[in-house]
Design a protein around this ligand. Structure first.
Ligand SMILES: Cc1cc2nc3c(=O)[nH]c(=O)nc-3n(C[C@H](O)[C@H](O)[C@H](O)COP(=O)(O)OP(=O)(O)OC[C@H]3O[C@@H](n4cnc5c(N)ncnc54)[C@H](O)[C@@H]3O)c2cc1C
Length: 468
């Protein structure tokens, strides 16, 4: 019997896809795209809708949605991880315009899915960024809210909820208060990526599966059995980049792990709330986040990890200990879940750029373009960056192509530094995780250790200023 506990929940919600053919010959195209996740497919979608005459071919090493796009936590966030690094120094009017664009991106995804008839359980219930486990989290979330406003996010879209208002939305064990961010939706990511693949095929794009790119040079991308000659090649491999190109020296994979409960009873939902199906997280530098799925489960992800040597996570399985740790965290937030079955647990890799901010780059000299480095907030970002790539490739003078993350005349190697070699990366990741966990343990136990706490917080603020 299949043990679903080590499988992606989303896979149980879609019919198995027939396998597409592999690339076994030489062919030409106007644009070749490597990677059939959201970045590759949204790029194909916007290129083909804006310029229907273009011949576009996508090659995917495994199956459509094999990477992070088919196995993520389903948050569609109206923000970009690392946005402040681009816009922090700009005048407020420009900051507001950027923030409006990334917030509107969520609605744009919803409209596009509806227009194309892609049924992906898109639901805009907003998100709650809660102080839900210990009192120190109140200040952390209030600082985050101030940061969002300072960055340029609309105050009508993100605002404070006191404990009673929070309980009206989500009933955590210790709901002290939190931020309500309206510009956040949730999706079933595997339905979205497979629906998007079917849509681009309907528009005339060809997708080849089980066709890993083995080399990419100006004008040509090759696989073991075939090749595509194309003046423009888009590399959309994010946290799954393989050795065929040096992108993986600039964007490395970080693992993220998720669990799903069995569908919860009406009385359990009564106790938890979430009638509007918001996404939720609570203040933690170690990250935890979840949402109520369309079929009434809690889908919950927490605690990323870095694997020595920056290996992308190809399989899905996670250990019983990984599942148990996330279940304990979830039960800590919602004690009513004690005894509820965890039916699924899985993991995957997201891409972290050495400059800790996402990018969309077109190198006109080599004809090679890329986008990624979304740092765990790529579901919405990949839509925006796919549009950005399409506008840059088609030389369209749009607001999006003028955004600070769009580099229409740049080489990625000049723009993004290399990651440091091992064991430095691994040691840094261990140190940071250890310090974050130590600070959280102190706050949670509410120990009176003001000097230690202040030292840890200062150290961690310093780490966060480098990596977040
Ligand atoms: C467990 C998990 C939870 C997450 N939760 C969220 C969330 O809730 N919200 C959010 O915004 N983001 C989340 N993310 C991040 C988000 O899923 C990613 O940022 C986003 O999906 C990246 O899309 P992509 O198309 O750029 O890359 P991917 O979806 O990773 O696609 C890259 C593709 O490239 C293919 N590929 C690699 N090498 C080659 C090659 N040589 N030849 C051909 N193909 C190749 C891979 O097989 C893969 O299919 C999560 C990520 C993970 C792993």
């Amino acid at each position: 019997m299949r043990d679903d506990r080590h499988h992606v929940f989303w896979a149980s919600t879609v019919d198995s896809q027939g396998q597409r053919r592999s690339l076994v010959n030489r062919r030409s195209a106007d644009v070749a795209i490597v990677g059939a996740g959201f970045t590759g497919l949204w790029s194909a979608y916007y290129l083909k809708t804006l310029a229907p005459h273009l011949e576009i071919a996508v090659i995917e090493a495994e199956r459509v949605g094999h990477g992070a796009s088919g196995r993520n936590g389903g948050w569609v966030v109206g923000n970009l991880a690392g946005l402040e690094r681009y816009i922090g120094g700009l005048p407020m009017a420009q900051r507001k315009a950027c923030c409006r664009l990334v917030a509107d991106n969520v609605d744009e995804i919803g409209r596009t899915l509806a227009r194309e008839g892609i049924e992906a359980d898109f639901h805009k219930g907003g998100a709650i960024y809660a102080a839900a486990r210990y009192p120190d989290q109140i200040a952390i979330q209030q600082d985050y809210l101030a940061h969002l406003h300072e960055l340029g996010h609309d105050e009508a879209n993100c605002y404070w909820l006191d404990a009673d208002q929070l309980a009206g939305k989500v009933r955590f064990r210790n709901g002290y208060g939190g931020i309500h961010h309206r510009q956040v939706a949730t999706v079933n990511p595997l339905k979205m990526v497979t629906g998007l693949a079917a849509t681009v095929e309907r528009l005339g794009v060809t997708i080849y599966e089980r066709s890993p790119a083995t080399s990419m040079v100006k004008g040509e991308v090759s696989t073991h059995e075939g090749a595509i000659e194309a003046p423009v090649i888009v590399c959309a491999t994010e946290g799954y980049a393989r050795d065929f190109h040096d992108f993986r020296r600039h964007v490395i994979p970080v693992q993220s792990l998720v669990i799903a409960t069995e569908p919860l009873s009406a009385s359990t939902w009564q106790a938890i709330g979430m009638a509007e199906r918001p996404a939720f997280c609570d203040a933690s530098r170690l990250i935890n986040y979840g949402h109520r799925s369309a079929d009434g489960r809690l889908v919950f992800g927490a605690r990323g990890t870095y694997r020595f040597g920056a290996k992308p996570k190809a399989d899905h399985a996670i250990s019983d200990a990984d599942i148990a740790m996330r279940r304990d965290l979830l039960t800590d937030l919602f004690p009513v879940l004690e005894g509820v079955r965890i039916t699924h647990g899985w993991g995957g890799s997201l891409g972290l750029s050495r400059s800790f901010r996402p990018h969309a780059i077109l190198d006109r000299r080599s004809g090679i373009a890329t986008a990624g480095g979304y740092a765990g907030e790529g579901v919405a970002a990949s839509h925006l960056f796919g549009r950005t790539l399409a506008d840059m490739i088609l030389e369209r003078d749009t607001d999006i192509a003028r955004m600070p993350w769009a580099f229409p005349h740049a080489a990625h190697a000049r723009l993004i530094k290399h990651w440091e070699p091992e064991p430095l990366r691994w040691l840094a990741a261990q140190t940071i995780t250890y310090c974050y966990a130590g600070e959280e343990a102190l706050m949670k136990r509410q120990r009176h250790a003001p000097l230690l706490k202040r030292a840890l917080t200062k150290t961690n603020d310093f780490f966060a200023s480098i990596i977040e």
